[in-house]
Design a protein around this ligand. Structure first.
Ligand code: ADP
Ligand code: MG
Length: 678
């Protein structure tokens, strides 16, 4: 078996498990090795059972000394009791409804048990402990990895499979020696082993340090490649069109000063004979789309084509509508290209695009397909670009000859981070909201008071408004009692919203259905939209005035701010109600920040401060696809180092270094999981 063999060659992986793994995007051994734990559970080794505390999770090495007769209790249940000894103390273990467990034990044999101490009526016992056949996760400190679970693969299955692999494979080193020496990294082999089964906290730290660097380094190399690919000195010089005046007069509103400034900066860039690479940063609702459309208009007036890419179909649709509205009457041919468009229509669009009959194409990832060709692509706009990978960016850029690019994002990114993420670029900031916008009043309430939020929703609906209710995605996970959309939908419909038209929206639905529901919500047929974070970015429905977020403590603050930005988009007073549990003072602070502030930049900063960087054993937030382990904000120092090294290696004349680049490029073409590239 080598690391790129299919998972089916692992002992214990049959067709069923294979299918489930594939659903988690795990195809090869390497994919599985790169499926990192999201957390770790620490068990105390308990050498003296008498000193164990109530509710403590422990591991005890012990000997079975007495197997009692099962007790039957009302309801047909059984309790099995076995007494063990740790040498000094007796340990009473009880299992409920597992009479067969007796067969696992023989008197006077030794076992390792894992379980929780319960003190019941002054008696200390372990309830339902598990037997560890071997020290399953092979380390001394009893740190158990906790994997993100989906689709019915249990944590112990992951542990078993990965253990099995690690017994058989050695992972080859793939960074040049000078980099390893420079940063005193542990080997890749050691790093991968320790991320799954850390010997101790410091080993885990070293392993994360190495693997994070690896992600950032690979990313930085891709950026270097992208830069190399673009001949910046050969940009197109676009004239500033006289028709812009007419367009401005026809706009349904007056641009804010900040929007005007951004447009000016973009037009000046477009005029320059060098390739433009600009980022427009503006808080949610600041009106970035119209800035993009105006700058696209100028390109079209110069006789070139524009591609406008959005991360979701809902957003692409919305931009399409806005572009049509704003550019109406200028004889501009705008088309929408995304997954749900019929094959026949797609074909026609692609043909017209290639022949230059379409001036502006708006779409999703569908724009990246090989057979989407342009006559003369001059300008690329991407909305919320951090959702697209570097390779995707380069693909689009390659469809034109040194086209200008504009990136729009609501995520406040520090200047240096933007540089590492996007390469050399200019930044325009829209730091002003359109007039008439009001502060969104935000409240935090406990789950037990939920019904207050729902009553308020009914009140808003009676006033003719609409409501979003968002809940986190469900992960099949015993430790987290999360609300799933479907379950929530049913509960709410039965209990609170009997006569109100509601609908659910989540990422797993077919695009057609999603669009259908969004349209119904837009035209008011649906009053309450119960959704996952698919509506997190950019959706614009001014009549929606209330955002309710369930399990709010589970979301990052920047994400909550994005969600909240779905309301307050018109002139109507809007509200956001966060429902959650306060588990510790950090959660409390986080929720308070949301209640207190409507400023995206302030919130992002607080988020960063509150999460802190020392949370090695803490909960991992979901990163962007590009990064499995890194939090690009927290890991900015490492990013800087990786960025510098990547620049060095890109320019290096050393043969070994050159080979590394070749390897990476080869792997990148075939493999999205890229940490290991040899
Ligand atoms: P975001 O920056 O979050 O992407 P949008 O571009 O979706 O924001 O704009 C939000 C809403 O504000 C849209 O309905 C848009 O038409 C409107 N809008 C944009 N600019 C202005 C303005 N200057 N005055 C009034 N409304 C505006
Ligand atoms: Mg937007």
């Amino acid at each position: 078996m080598d690391v790129y063999s299919n998972v089916s060659c692992i002992k214990g992986v049959g067709p069923k498990t294979k299918k489930v793994l594939e659903d988690c995007s795990i195809y090869t051994i390497m994919d599985l090795l790169l499926y990192f734990p999201r957390d770790y559970k620490e068990y105390n080794s308990c050498n003296n059972f008498n000193e164990g505390k109530d509710k403590e999770e422990v591991i005890v090495a012990c000997k079975a000394i007495d197997i009692k007769k099962d007790i039957r209790i009302p309801g047909g249940k059984t309790i099995t009791t076995i007494i063990f000894t740790d040498g000094n103390n007796n340990i009473k273990c009880k299992w409920f409804n597992q009479p067969y467990i007796k067969n696992s034990f023989m008197l006077n044999n030794e076992y390792v048990l894992k379980g929780k101490i319960n003190i019941y009526k002054n008696e200390k016992m372990l309830t339902n402990p598990k037997v560890l056949k071997e020290q399953l996760w092979g380390n001394e400190k009893n740190i158990e990895p906790v994997y993100p679970l989906r689709n019915g693969i249990t944590n112990s299955t992951f542990i078993k499979l990965i253990n099995e692999i690690l017994k058989k494979v050695e992972i080859e080193e793939n960074l040049p020696e000078w980099i390893i020496d420079k940063h005193k990294f542990i080997s890749l082999n050691e790093a991968i082993r320790n991320i799954h089964y850390p010997k101790d906290k410091s080993a885990l730290f070293e392993s994360k340090k190495r693997l994070k660097y690896q992600e950032l380094f690979t990313y930085s190399l891709k950026i270097a490649m992208l830069k190399n690919m673009r001949n910046t000195s050969k940009g197109i010089s676009f004239n500033i069109s006289d028709s812009l005046k007419n367009l401005k007069e026809k706009l349904p509103f007056q641009l804010t000063e900040a929007q005007n400034r951004a447009v000016r900066e973009i037009l000046i860039d477009q005029k320059k004979p060098v390739v433009m690479n600009r980022l427009v940063q503006g808080d949610v609702g600041s009106g970035k789309t119209v800035v993009g459309i105006i700058s696209a208009f100028n390109i079209i007036m110069n006789g070139y084509q524009v591609a406008f890419m959005a991360p979701t179909e809902i957003l692409a649709n919305q931009h399409f509508e806005e572009a049509n509205k704003i550019l109406e009457g200028f004889n501009i041919n705008i088309k929408l290209l995304c997954g749900s468009i019929s094959a026949k229509e797609k074909e026609a669009i692609k043909r017209d695009l290639k022949e230059g009959k379409i001036h502006m194409i708006i779409g999703t990832h569908a724009l990246l397909e090989d057979d989407v060709e342009f006559d003369n692509l001059g300008f690329i706009i991407t909305d919320e670009q951090h959702r697209f990978g570097v390779m995707q960016r380069s693909k689009l850029i390659n469809k034109g000859e040194n086209p200008d690019t504009l990136v729009m994002t609501a995520t406040p990114i520090p200047r240096t981070l933007a540089l590492y993420l996007y390469g050399d670029l200019e930044v325009s900031i829209i730091d002003q909201l359109p007039p008439g916008r009001q502060k969104i009043d935000t409240y935090f309430i406990k789950s037990s008071e939920k019904n207050r939020a729902y009553s308020f929703a009914i009140k808003e609906i009676k006033e003719g408004r609409q409501v979003y209710i968002v809940c986190p995605l469900v992960e099949e996970n015993e430790n987290l009692e999360l609300t799933s959309v479907e379950y929530l939908h049913e509960e709410l419909n039965n209990k609170y919203f009997k006569d109100i038209p509601t609908a659910i929206l989540h990422g797993k639905m077919p695009s057609k259905e999603k669009n259908n529901i969004m349209n119904k919500f837009k035209n008011g047929e649906i009053k309450i939209l119960i959704a996952t974070t698919v509506i997190e970015v950019g959706v614009n429905i001014p009549n929606a005035t209330l955002m309710i977020v369930e399990n709010a403590e589970r979301f990052g603050l920047a994400q909550l701010h994005q969600l909240r930005g779905r309301v307050g988009r018109g002139s109507k007073k809007s509200y956001c109600i966060l429902i959650g549990e306060v588990k510790n003072h950090i959660t409390k602070k986080r929720m308070e920040t949301m209640v207190k502030s409507n400023d995206g930049f302030f919130i992002a900063d607080q988020d960063f401060k509150l999460r802190g960087s020392g949370e090695i054993f803490g909960f991992k937030q979901h990163g962007t696809e590009e990064f499995l382990l890194c939090n690009i904000v927290e890991d900015i120092e490492a990013f800087k180092l990786a960025h510098e090294d990547a620049k060095l290696i890109w320019k290096s004349e050393n043969l070994l270094d050159k080979n590394i680049i070749k390897y990476i490029m080869k792997r990148l073409e075939t493999n999205t999981r890229y940490i290991c590239f040899n």
